[in-house]
Design a binder for this molecule. Structure first.
Ligand code: SF4
Length: 254
């Protein structure tokens, strides 16, 4: 099988992928059925270069992409697994990444994800501990061999904090002003300047940041050309300004 990467690197033709939305049901490749027949058809179709499987698309709970992803691989087609930040924190996402790597599902489409709109007995709480850019950084670090900090004996940093972003989004706070806590760029869902989450009822923080930066003669490159930053939850509940001046936040690493 020609891998997804090889197909891209060859650059000899326009590639076509099919996106398959998972279902809220028990899908067992061994038992066949309508969904598996459809996936079979996509895998046999030579015009389709890869099949991607969504991750709780539209903010609705569905079967995770692993099972269908494996079924696609078994049928000799490159599988692309969507991995989103709405339902898992960074530890959960790292666990998923290890699992996908162990299963040979090495093509991940990294997204911030659609805000949850459904769930059993009510709408699920969103996570957005990190967003797509932060997750890409973690995956890149994993590719390069992840280096993790050891816990120093006796150093207990149990202070609550928010690690506000201060100057990073033109002095706007992503914690309170963005429904998905997008710290490294817009999620891409805003419409006419408004946040994609209508119930949030605010302008997109990145549109506001752009307007502010433009006033000072700067643009989006100044906002986005920087290393990705992941919020440090150990600082939850403390002052962002204090953390900045006391060099406890992400600026220290720069
Ligand atoms: S404020 Fe903007 S970046 Fe944040 S969730 Fe809404 S549309 Fe997305």
């Amino acid at each position: 099988m020609t891998s997804w990467r090889e197909r891209f690197e060859k650059k000899d033709r326009f590639l076509i992928g099919a996106e398959f939305v998972s279902a809220r049901s028990l899908i067992k490749p061994s038992e066949g059925g309508k969904i598996i027949d459809f996936v079979d058809g996509l895998c046999k179709n030579e015009r389709v270069d890869w099949v991607s499987i969504t991750d709780n698309a539209g903010g609705n709970p569905m079967q995770a992409p692993l099972i269908l992803g494996k079924a696609i691989l078994d049928r000799g087609k490159p599988a692309v697994i969507h991995i989103t930040c709405k339902d898992y924190n960074r530890n959960g996402l790292e666990s998923l990444a290890w699992m996908y790597a162990a299963e040979g599902l090495n093509n991940l489409l990294v997204l911030s994800g659609d805000y949850p709109i459904d769930g059993v007995d009510g709408v699920s709480k969103s996570v957005f501990d990190i967003a797509s850019v932060g997750l890409l950084k973690i995956l890149t670090d994993m590719n390069n061999g992840l280096k993790v900090k050891g816990r120093k004996p006796g150093s207990i940093q149990e202070l609550e904090s928010t690690d506000f972003f201060l100057a990073d989004i033109a002095y706007l706070c992503p914690q309170s002003q963005c429904a998905k806590n997008q710290r490294n760029g817009p999620c891409g869902g805003s419409l006419e300047g408004k946040c994609e989450l209508k119930t949030f009822g605010k302008e997109c923080i990145w549109i506001r940041a752009y307007d502010r930066e433009r006033y000072f003669g700067k643009g989006i490159p100044e906002l986005l050309n920087r290393p990705p930053i992941l919020k440090d939850n150990a600082l939850k509940g403390t002052s962002g300004w204090a953390n900045f001046f006391l060099e406890r936040d992400h600026f220290v690493a720069r």
